[in-house]
Ligand binder design. Structure first.
Ligand SMILES: C[S@@+](CC[C@H](N)C(=O)[O-])C[C@H]1O[C@@H](n2cnc3c(N)ncnc32)[C@H](O)[C@@H]1O
Length: 315
């Protein structure tokens, strides 16, 4: 996922959209905005953002969106999780996945979530406690590329909407494989921003904004399509792929945040002028008002099995 300042640029009506986004974008043109401190992609360093707490709300609101609930639960079923398993989630954020995982593995199972953000880890602990899952999940601060966990420990290790945001995705996948037991499952799920389809009358402007911002924000905006290959390259066996489409015709909050951020970043990065960005958003809002809004985005999930060491037997 690529989400940042959903609340900071809410646009209620067409008129408001034109005036407020133009003013905001014009004033931020050429320099990082308030949430863009240091890194364009805030998920690379949440705790260094101006208002890290807002990202707790963003992840939780995404986690509650019915289409996102369906997407991630389909992926978790695809990974074949079983009751009693010990599962690791790297890049666990506020613990949306970990709470699902804890319910799936049940009271005999256990979940560990690792994330570099202290703000996220604190929120994740609180939210798990509030759901009565505090004892089943252990949240730790850490870097997924250097896990302080022993080899061959977990029945399953996952990274969901994480690789898109990191500098060295291969290092994280290698760590997931290292800490998984032979016969255990490694799973990755990510969106692929090259598959973002928006029905907009100005297709050229749409591509400039959508592709231009993705290239500036992410090391690997096409992360989704790389996942299967990453598992094969790590020597996993029985690698399988599951494709899911995020489809929105009602302009859900997740989509609204995505569109508004694209517009704002396009101006901040000097890709388009503020007036063009405002016109682009206004047309999106017109399509919503007229009941013809259309956006889809592919999410890819890949899972594979860690083979037994040479000379060993498969469990
Ligand atoms: C978009 S969020 C996804 C959170 C969660 N997996 C979910 O789907 O709700 C991306 C997460 O990756 C984390 N992250 C960024 N760099 C990381 C790294 N080097 N190792 C582990 N996690 C990282 C961020 O802090 C953030 O929590």
């Amino acid at each position: 996922m690529s989400m940042s300042h959903v609340r900071s640029a809410r646009l209620g009506s067409l008129t408001l959209a034109r005036s407020s986004i133009s003013a905001r974008l014009a004033s931020g043109c050429g320099s990082p905005g308030p949430g863009l401190a240091k890194h364009a992609d805030p998920y690379r360093a949440i705790d260094r953002q101006a208002d890290p707490a807002q990202f707790v709300d963003i992840l939780e609101s995404r986690g509650r969106a019915p289409s996102q609930v369906r997407l991630r639960r389909r992926f978790l079923r695809f990974a074949g999780l079983r009751p009693g398993w010990e599962v690791l989630e790297v890049g666990s954020g506020t613990g949306v996945l970990c709470r699902d995982l804890a319910r799936m593995v049940g009271a005999r199972g256990h979940v560990i979530g690792v994330d570099p953000s202290r703000v996220f880890v604190a929120a994740a602990r609180r939210l798990a406690r509030e759901d009565g899952l505090g004892r089943r999940i252990d949240f730790r601060v850490g870097d997924g590329a250097r896990l302080r966990l022993p080899a061959d420990r977990f029945d399953c290790a996952l990274a969901v909407t994480v690789l898109l945001h990191v500098h060295d995705p291969a290092a994280i996948v290698a760590e997931l494989v290292r800490v998984t037991r032979p016969g255990g499952v490694v799973g990755l799920q990510d969106q692929d921003l090259g598959t973002l389809v928006l029905d907009h009358p100005d297709r050229a402007l749409t591509r400039r904004i959508v592709d231009g911002v993705a290239r500036r924000n992410y090391v690997e905006p096409l992360s989704g399509r790389t996942l299967m290959r990453r598992l094969v390259e790590q020597g996993l066996t029985r690698v399988r792929l599951r494709t899911d489409v995020y489809q929105d015709t009602s302009y859900e909050p997740f989509t609204r945040g995505l569109i508004e951020r694209r517009a704002r970043h396009a101006v901040e990065f000097g890709i388009v002028a503020a007036r063009a960005a405002a016109r682009w958003v206004a047309e999106v809002e017109r399509s919503v008002a007229e009941g013809r809004f259309f956006l889809t985005l592919n999410f890819y999930g890949a899972v594979g099995v860690k083979p037994a060491p040479r000379g060993g037997s498969s469990p």
